[in-house]
Design a binder for this molecule. Sequence first.
Ligand code: ATR
Length: 298
Amino acid sequence: MDKQGEARGVSFDSATLLYGVFGDPVRHSKSPIMLGRAFAETGMNAAYVAFHVKPEALGDAIRGVRALGIRGVNVTIPHKVEVMKYLDDIDETARAIGAVNTVVNRDGRLIGYNTDGIGYVRSLKEETGAAVAGARILMLGAGGASRGVGYALAKESPAKLYIANRTASKAEELANDLTAVADAVGIGWDRIDHIIGEVDIIINTTPIGMHPNADDVPIDVSGIRRGAVVSDLIYNPLTTKLLREAEAAGAVVHGGLGMFVYQGAYAFEYWTGEPAPAAAMREAVLEAFGARIEGTKA
Ligand code: ATR
């Protein structure tokens, strides 16, 4: 029997702790499989389920967390911003990012965190060995995902953080928000070619290259430094065309699956106070994604 089967074999009792994810839609979510594996692996008497919560029901759903004593929830699209107004406290970084993806029920007080950015940075460091401190970084995009990643990177003392965006004003706005923490500069897309040869880490946070447009690439990587790290937040496909081209140009490459795994690992750690079994969580997600991702590769 596999780990998931073992988990299902455990009979829940009156001491079982409940966790879950709120989203709309939520049926595609791999969080129950990933966190279910985490609880099974660590032998905790806990269950994690998906709740399909429509926007108009979010307030009631959060009241339900309080009433039922649900220990923690992940919050996904479209609730990450809206959920903030129902919580008792918001962690400083989540407030700065302007979005919450993890709610912790601490003795009846609901506290909001954002684990997307720190999950990304942990994955980048653990999977590539890259040093973010002192690095010159180029981030492509200035949307919602970029805000979380940008804040987490800024806190790691990079030497320089360039943010390039098609709409340059949005890049300047995000860079402005980060200047208190790091040397951040917002630039237009046309400036990328001028700086690409001097950066150590390039991160794509745009959807360019995502299934079903897997033949698209955001930038020409022929000018990168050999040994630079090229990272993509996209995990479908697992290896984007950008990463294939970057690898051929001598880069160390890093895909987006780790960000999903580690945002969940941090949520697990905030809820339980125990280290997350990240390798088993990754394996569970890969098993669940496997067929679909293989099936959609170019
Ligand atoms: P998310 O929350 O996933 O980050 P988003 O907030 O809509 O999504 O942001 C998408 C990012 O990808 C933005 O930086 C967007 O650029 P604009 O601000 O100019 O819209 C960028 N993006 C999306 N499609 C793009 C394209 N075809 N070329 C360049 N940038 C693109």
